[in-house]
Write a protein that binds this ligand. Sequence first.
Ligand code: Z5A
Length: 209
Amino acid sequence: MINSKFIVVEGIDGSGKTSVCQTIKKILKKNGIKKIIIVHDPGGTVISEKIRKIIKNSYQNEYIHHKTILLLFYAARIQLIENIIKPALKNKTWIISDRHDLSSLTYQGGGFGIKKNIIMKLKKMMIGNFYPDLTIYLDILPKFGLQRIIKRGKLDTIEKNNLDFFNKVRNSYLNFISKDNKSIKINANLKFNIVKQEIQNKLEAWLKK
Ligand code: Z5A
């Protein structure tokens, strides 16, 4: 039996990550993998969900600094990795994660301008050499991603940033992904059926490796 794997889905807001996580689960099941958990970062444990709420809604009364948010994301991530992801992998369960560490490098780094070496140091100290086996990056033009989010309804604090911010985040993703040989880039601008098909082709090819 193949060892369990840690698959991460990344992309800017509205790229379709949540929908794609379900698609990946179906493809894995079709390929005989039975034990699969989907998690989202930040979230997945009681503490991580509380931190998620703080990050998403707390700006009304007090300015929250980018470095504070960075630390909160890592606090939530440690809880998720240590309490859910690592034990599940040990138990031969596959993990599909809606976002992971790369989101901090691209949003807090690329988008909000925290220096890459600060984030890299923090990452090393907090999660060491824990890396995804595969990152599926959904690449979408920010104007299309935001159109989907606006159509869906109320925007959260980070979503209220402008197109320029999301262009920076996307460029940062493209830069990291181009150097990561454990990643797959998907054109997420297209209709969902076409996106699904591309994921199926690339994921099944990866499973056969
Ligand atoms: N963040 C950060 O800054 N640093 C970090 O370290 C981490 C996160 C981990 C998390 O919010 C926020 O935190 C996020 C990054 C930041 N920023 N913001 N803002 P979240 O988890 O609540 O939201 P999200 O991760 O950005 O996901 P989302 O906004 O829900 O979008 P999505 O998951 O990528 O897309 P979706 O929900 O699957 O699809 C969105 C809509 O588009 C939905 O109505 C779909 O039916 C539709 N859709 C999906 N695919 C298609 C296609 N192909 N065509 C047409 N319509 C589609």
